[in-house]
Design a protein around this ligand. Sequence first.
Ligand code: CMP
Length: 142
Amino acid sequence: AIERTLSIIKPDAVGKNAIGAIFSRFEAAGLTIVATKMKHLSQAEAEGFYAEHRERGFFNDLVAFMTSGPVVVSALQGENAVLAHRDILGATNPKDAAPGTIRADFAVSIDENAAHGSDSTTSAAREIGYFFSELEVFARTR
Ligand code: CMP
């Protein structure tokens, strides 16, 4: 089915000047960027986005990292977009990420792992709505 998913290029990858390289991989995988913006998250915005991880030991470090510099948030659309996006990102820990995946190529650690992708269509709907209004998401027309 055609799905949408939320993608974040994290501060480490933005700092490596890799926005375009990562966008190219989305497009090469058949995903269309239907919304995008660059944003420096506030502490409250990062905490709200990652609310499901609030009780995890890594939560404070995660929020500190995600607010350390600008990120690029995008909504991607395509066939099976949630899994297709996660496949090209590779495993959360870049040490486990398959060769040729975004995390294998751009990330150094599980904390600074280059990119985030929604883990289900349910979280995708919440995460896209967290950053974009309906009018900011452009349905693919051709
Ligand atoms: P992300 O997909 O953005 O979702 C939560 C982030 O927490 C994850 O990527 C990692 O960057 C970070 N993180 C740090 N430690 C862990 C861990 N042990 N398990 C899962 N995520 C972790």
